[in-house]
Design a protein around this ligand. Structure first.
Ligand SMILES: NC(=O)c1ccc[n+]([C@@H]2O[C@H](COP(=O)([O-])OP(=O)(O)OC[C@H]3O[C@@H](n4cnc5c(N)ncnc54)[C@H](OP(=O)(O)O)[C@@H]3O)[C@@H](O)[C@H]2O)c1
Length: 264
């Protein structure tokens, strides 16, 4: 049996992360680099991917930057070709890119917005895993981590398509775990509120902060670095008997404290 340090040593491994330029993806990219991995960083804006690659090089690892809109099938195809041409392998795929626009009502949600939300949060992870899973099976195996949301189990009316897409991602996790096991493990992190760009319209508002302080067991939103340990765990051999799992990291916000009543 290997030591804990060996289990979490990603030296020589290649991690492809979508949305690795900001927020949770950026924190995970730097976490994997610190653990020895080389990174392929993908997002729509090549400049911000290159900035993350520069940070990765500054800590002694290597990286590559890739412009790709993961809601587009062709971009996913090209991304995978580019990454295999550069690195020859992918050991860990992290389907992290996502967006959750708030809409006034379902009636006012346009077809374009609906398709975009489903495309980025669900279709992209489906296509990338479909392309990379078989290559992992044919090679040395690997792990896939999907970044879902607690809104997949506690949907709000103003983000219904997003919640539906993330619920679909939870299900894809189980389906792909079956399709590509035993050489490939596929797991999911179901994130609660974190302070990132995606949440800045609400995560620091007085209303949210008060609700968190009074209702969440951990009384606050998370910081991006607080997701890194879970991603390392799910990608490492420390989790070698874990697949098809959905791990909640939300400060307890899925189950806020019940209000006390006289009846108890
Ligand atoms: N923060 C939260 O409270 C929270 C809660 C639950 C779940 N999540 C999930 O966690 C994941 C990361 O969220 P975050 O908060 O870190 O978001 P963020 O700070 O807004 O970052 C999103 C990342 O995804 C990239 N991206 C957006 N659209 C893309 C597209 N079409 N194709 C490729 N890349 C794209 C962005 O780069 P470009 O702009 O360059 O494309 C950026 O790197 C998402 O899946 C999100 O749904 C977040």
């Amino acid at each position: 049996m290997s030591t804990l340090a060996q289990q979490y040593d990603f030296s020589g491994k290649v991690v492809l992360i979508t949305g690795g330029s900001r927020g949770l993806g950026h924190a995970m990219a730097l976490g994997f680099a610190a653990a020895g991995a080389n990174l392929a960083i993908a997002s729509r804006k090549i400049d911000s991917c290159e900035a993350t690659v520069a940070e990765i090089r500054a800590i002694g690892r290597d990286g590559s930057a890739h412009a790709a809109h993961v809601g587009k099938w062709d971009d996913c195809n090209r991304l995978v070709e580019e990454v295999y041409a550069r690195w020859g392998r992918v050991d860990v795929l992290i389907n992290n890119a996502g967006l959750s626009p708030v809409v006034p009502s379902s009636l006012e949600t346009t077809e374009e917005l609906f398709d975009k939300v489903i495309g980025v949060n669900l279709k992209g992870p489906f296509r990338l895993t479909s392309l990379i899973g078989p290559r992992m099976v044919a090679g040395n195996g690997g792990t896939v981590i999907n970044i879902s949301s607690t809104s997949s189990i506690r949907p709000a009316p103003d983000t219904a398509p997003y919640s539906a897409a993330k619920a679909g991602l939870n299900i894809l996790t189980v389906a792909f775990a079956q399709e590509y096991g035993p050489k490939v493990r596929v797991n999911c992190i179901m994130a609660g509120p974190f302070h990132t760009d995606i949440s800045k319209s609400w995560s620091r508002t007085e209303g949210f902060t008060k609700a968190a302080r009074e209702g969440f067991p951990l009384q606050r939103a998370g910081e991006p670095h607080e997701v890194v340990g879970a991603a390392l765990y799910l990608a490492s051999t420390a989790s070698s008997y874990t697949t098809g799992a959905v791990l909640t990291i939300d400060g307890g916000s899925s189950y806020p404290k019940a209000a006390h009543t006289a009846a108890g």
